[in-house]
Design a protein around this ligand. Structure first.
Ligand code: SF4
Length: 370
């Protein structure tokens, strides 16, 4: 991984979305954004200083023949302790690439630009040793998309928990490790009676809880949940996101402010159930950043794509967004949603403006329900 994206054709271009009025918007260097308080709003929790502060994050994949794929462009957001930000959008919009960038898990042909401050540490500039030893597990707990695949199949949950406790904490000694593993399981509502089972002996819900227990062991201030409800039935989705919400709200180890949660999902019902704020991603850009209550309730989304996503839900208009997303390797100069948008005009051939809604003609509260 290297830096250097953002100049020349196909570069980052204008940062599309600000998370609030932000003097100096456009990509401060490392250390410039970490102390800015997260913005106030009508979410469930009062905003605190951000745990994670992302500015101008871009990812390009260099393909054979010199082609560049703009997977993420100019992402900008904060996540505070005790807050859940849901990053939503269709498959292939760049959500999981963004998560991989934060964890330093991009493939070798990726170039990154911008910054992602976790405390004083810029995740995009950190070397692999730092990421492996201090970030993954300790500063960021990953709740994976496929817990059954994430767990080691030939070992019991207890053994995997004990190993993780030994790796991420100062706990030593057989009895102490056993007690710490049982405490970790209890925090994730994983039943002690199932600790000696192998992953294939667990239901989907219990596998998810086992994976969550592993994510919580290191006491990470940031949880990153990547499609944590994929493949679960509705009842299990609700229980999973409720449990994640509980981990956001309860004081984390060593602090009284709760954890920050970045949840990446295409499941809008899950996002509505858990999120304080919502970031909508389309064709690699965050096109709208909004308080969840206003986004899912009144006045509703302002970006036409966000509005289309909600209208596609079965309990709303049940009308899919027409057309298909553009190829990330062949994005237009102007708005990438133009070919699917019923509000498009000639103006949309120019890049959308920066702001909380990256659109030339956003819905205003008076017509958001029209
Ligand atoms: S109105 Fe224009 S800028 Fe806004 S989403 Fe539609 S095409 Fe894009």
């Amino acid at each position: 991984m290297s830096t250097g994206v953002g100049s020349g054709p196909g570069g980052a271009g204008p940062a599309p979305v600000a998370s609030g009025p932000a003097p100096g918007d456009g990509g401060p260097g490392p250390g410039a954004a970490g102390a800015r308080p997260a913005e106030a709003g009508p979410g469930r929790t009062p905003r605190r200083d951000p745990v994670l502060s992302v500015r101008g994050l871009s990812v390009r994949f260099l393909m054979p023949g010199g082609r560049r794929v703009a997977a993420v462009t100019g992402a900008r957001f904060d996540v505070a302790a005790g807050e859940c930000l849901a990053l939503i959008g269709e498959s292939g919009c760049g959500k999981s690439v963004l998560a991989s960038a934060l964890l330093g898990l991009l493939p070798g042909n990726a170039q990154t630009a911008g910054s992602a401050l976790l405390g004083d540490l810029d995740l995009l500039a950190a070397d692999e040793r730092t990421l492996a030893r201090t970030v993954r597990g300790r500063l960021i707990g990953l709740v994976p998309q496929s817990p059954a695949a994430h767990l080691t199949p030939v070992r019991t949950v207890r053994s995997q928990l004990e190993e993780t406790v030994a790796a991420l904490t100062a706990t030593r000694g057989r009895a102490a490790l056993r007690a710490a593993a049982e405490a970790a399981a209890e925090r994730a509502a994983f039943p002690a009676s199932h600790l000696d089972r192998h992953p294939h002996e667990l239901s989907g819900g219990l596998a998810q809880r086992a994976a969550t227990a592993l994510a919580l062991v290191g006491g990470a201030p940031l949880l990153l949940a990547d499609e944590p409800t994929t493949g679960l039935d509705r009842d299990l989705v609700d229980r999973t996101v409720d449990e994640l919400r509980r981990h956001v709200d309860e004081p984390g180890p060593g602090n009284g402010t709760g954890r920050a949660l970045l949840m990446i999902t295409h499941d809008l019902a899950a996002a509505e159930r858990i999120a304080d704020r919502v970031a909508v991603m389309y064709a690699g850009r965050i096109v709208e950043l909004a308080d969840a209550a206003a986004f899912f309730g009144e006045p509703g989304p302002r970006h036409p794509y966000s509005r289309g996503l909600l209208q596609a839900l079965p309990d709303r208009a049940f009308t899919p967004v027409p057309g298909m997303p553009p190829e990330l390797g062949d994005l237009p100069d102007g708005c990438a949603f133009a070919a699917r948008c019923d509000r498009a005009t000639d103006t949309c051939a120019a890049p959308p403006p920066a702001g909380t809604v990256a659109c030339h003609h956003p819905h205003v509260p008076e017509d958001a329900r029209a």
